[in-house]
Design a protein around this ligand. Structure first.
Ligand SMILES: [Zn+2]
Length: 338
């Protein structure tokens, strides 16, 4: 009884001390002035599936406790080398993706080259993409003049093309090609609200999404700043937002809509679309807001172009030169889709 009385009397004194500490604590004051990029990752409000995804990509619980947003952005702005096999193994539609792709997606030109090198059909069917790349890269010839530091990729999954080159800072290349093509697929499936049909010819693909990827070189244009995708079944297909955020630029004439996501502090530009009339600067969008319809404003053909820029900016890099201004988009968009 005596003991309880004592602690009861002590309580107001303790409260006073805590209040004084809160008022005069220089550390607490300094943290209020910290830049948003210094926010600890655990304070970003990531949901459970986003946290699980980051762990899948190799971050530990301790990493997630100690990293700041700036650290996380450094991690997300480049390919995740770890656990590529796991990603493919998790693909429920095609658990044996390597083999399936090797059967359906090898350009005839590559098959001919492998045959000429002495491999029979049976052997080719069972090769992984890594096997194929290792065999054919020394034999491949550049189709056009390309800066020597660009990374050569013999072919891109999902009928994405042959003899492609990627900007070195785009961090693309054979090792990441399958992962990036898969992420582009996920982003396109969400954008067009359609499940990819795994067609074996380009004409029969319901959606295309790997033909012009981030950092990809085009001899007549430059280095691609974003990911292109097209819905081949419906010309004016509705385009869904890939992430929540606020509209910070609406340029209906040029088909450019820029949405800022404050959680990860990135700006996402959607281009060539006919923008929904009910959207304007300041509008909040969710992950499932219809942004507009597929169009060909400032483009040769109807398609959607998505690119990610670091921070809050309405600027959209043109992609009509060899510099790469936008950031590696895949990890950001996949985290925000979770
Ligand atoms: Zn584009």
């Amino acid at each position: 009884m005596h003991k309880q009385t004592k602690s009861f009397l002590f309580l107001p004194f303790l409260c006073l001390i805590i209040a004084l500490m809160a008022i005069f604590n220089p550390v607490a004051k300094a943290s209020e002035k910290k830049a948003y990029s210094e926010t600890p990752v655990y304070e970003l409000g990531l949901n459970q599936s986003q946290i699980e995804l980051l762990k899948d990509w190799g971050l530990s619980s301790e990493d997630l406790q100690t990293m700041t947003l700036a650290d996380l952005k450094k991690f997300l702005s480049k390919p995740i080398e770890k656990d590529n096999s796991k990603y493919n193994a998790d693909n429920t539609l095609f658990p044996d993706m390597h083999t399936v792709v090797a059967r359906t997606d090898i350009p005839q030109k590559t098959i001919n080259l492998l045959s000429n090198l002495g491999f029979n059909d049976q052997e080719i069917q069972h090769m992984t993409l890594t096997d194929i790349y290792e065999i054919i890269i020394p034999y491949a010839l550049a189709a056009y003049a390309v800066p020597s530091n660009y990374i050569y990729v013999p072919f891109v999954q999902y009928i994405g093309g042959n003899d492609e080159y990627f900007h070195p800072n785009g961090h693309s290349g054979s090792a990441n090609m399958q992962r990036e093509a898969n992420y582009a697929k996920t982003i396109a499936e969400h954008s067009f609200s359609r499940t990819y049909n795994y067609a074996t010819t380009q004409a029969n693909q319901n959606i295309r999404f790997s033909y012009y990827l981030f950092g990809e070189f085009d001899a007549s244009i430059g280095t691609h700043e974003g990911i292109d995708m097209v819905d081949q079944l419906q010309t004016n297909r509705t385009i869904m937002s890939t992430m929540p955020g606020q509209v910070i630029r609406k340029d209906a004439t040029n088909g450019i809509l820029v949405v800022y996501n404050s959680q990860l502090d990135i700006s996402v530009a959607y281009m060539h679309l006919k923008i929904n009339a009910n959207l304007s600067v300041g509008s909040n969008v969710t992950q499932n807001t219809a942004l507009g319809t597929q169009d060909k404003i400032l483009a040769d053909g109807r398609h959607l172009h998505i690119q990610v820029t670091d921070g809050r900016t309405t600027n959209v890099a043109s992609g009509k030169d060899l510099t790469l201004t936008s950031v590696y988009p895949y990890n950001y968009l996949i985290v925000l889709l979770n």
